[in-house]
Design a protein around this ligand. Structure first.
Ligand code: DAH
Length: 341
């Protein structure tokens, strides 16, 4: 084998090798750096290299030596550390993850697919807190003071002694709509993903937390037709290019008009089955034109701007794609479940 090729092979080995024990590290050191080791052999051969190639081969040899020393050093550090403890300054966050340990959670996979689909048409991503105040979750979104969603039955309130009940766990990601409109320049085209909480008894069909992705588009002349076409595009990317949708009139305090979007059932293609309760359609999301009062609450002139919004449950989409019939599976971290995705 050519000298250059041998160096390259050993360099690759040194970069990949994970020495597990002090014994293994010592064996490796002797084989490579020992008196009769491969490095000395290589340096010996280096003497015969023709002058023109000396610089390149010399550099490669030094690189190799450094990589070998680094591998040994890393093993020694790791072995001298008490089990399970990793001082923060020893963590190398840039090290590639071991591919054998774990993979993306199904809900993360779906969330990323939603990002990809809307990313292609210019949506960015916004973030907001899970612990919110009443104003962002309800008041600014046009919920009346006595709206039942505020009721203890639905919302988890965070108690602070002596203060009014205005701190809570957000019940939907629509709160991030408000934060986006207050902080971002117009036009806004954004997705707000995140976990939401509701005071529900945990069962196969309901959970006290789940995940949503909210969408918001505010610009001049945004119309309901834009909303329809955007959602049709999304449904076809997500569920297949021949997917049919329908928008049913609905009510949300923060949109006017409001609608719910169904897609033709993914199981029976609209013929009727137990998933769609024999209607041929399954509900995917809520949507509508941003209510002018909501724009005003965020300092946006509804005379000049209009917008649409939509909100969908990530677990719901996972159920449709993968037919998971027990919501609790998504948060139990049972590897037998997760390994199927
Ligand atoms: N926030 C609603 C919920 O949690 C979902 C929703 C409906 C979001 C309509 C929207 C919308 O943006 O326009 O059920």
């Amino acid at each position: 084998m050519q000298l250059k090729e041998r160096i390259e092979n050993l360099l690759e080995e040194a970069r990949k090798i994970r020495l597990q024990t002090t014994e293994e590290a010592e064996q490796y050191r002797i084989r490579l750096l020992g008196r009769k080791g491969e490095m000395n052999e290589l340096f010996e051969e280096f003497k015969n290299v023709e002058p023109a190639a000396k610089k390149e081969i010399g550099q490669a040899l030094n690189q190799l030596k450094n990589a070998i020393q680094a591998a040994i050093l890393q093993a020694k550090e790791q072995c001298s550390r008490p089990e399970g403890r990793q001082p923060a300054d020893m963590l190398d966050l840039s090290r590639p993850a071991d591919e054998r340990t774990g993979h993306r959670h199904p809900l993360s996979q779906i969330r990323e697919e939603i990002f990809r689909i809307f990313g292609k048409i210019g949506f960015d991503i916004s973030d907001g807190p899970e612990i919110e105040d009443d104003w962002h979750v309800f008041t600014a979104l046009n919920f009346s003071a006595d709206h039942p969603a505020r009721d203890m039955q639905d919302t988890f309130f965070v108690e602070r002694s002596g203060s009014p009940k205005d701190v809570l766990l957000r019940t939907h990601t629509s709160s991030v709509q408000i934060r986006s409109m207050l902080s971002q320049p117009l036009p806004i085209r954004t997705l707000c993903p995140g976990r939401v909480y509701r005071n529900e008894v945990v069962s196969a069909r309901a959970h006290c937390f789940f995940h949503q992705v909210e969408g918001l588009y505010v610009d001049k002349n945004v119309s309901f037709a834009d909303l329809h076409d955007t959602l049709l595009y999304f449904a076809r990317e997500m569920f297949g290019s021949d997917t049919r949708i329908r928008l049913r009139p609905s009510y949300f305090p923060f949109t006017e008009p409001s609608a719910e979007m169904d897609i033709a059932c993914t199981i029976c293609a609209g013929n009727g089955c137990s998933l769609c309760k024999h209607t041929g359609w399954v509900e995917i999301l809520g949507c509508g034109m941003v209510d002018p009062a909501v724009l005003e609450n965020c300092g946006i002139d509804p005379g000049q701007y209009s917008g649409f919004a939509f909100g969908m449950g990530v677990e719901r989409i996972a159920n449709l794609l993968y037919r998971v019939n027990d919501l609790r599976l998504f948060s139990e971290n049972d590897r037998r479940f997760l390994a199927q995705f």
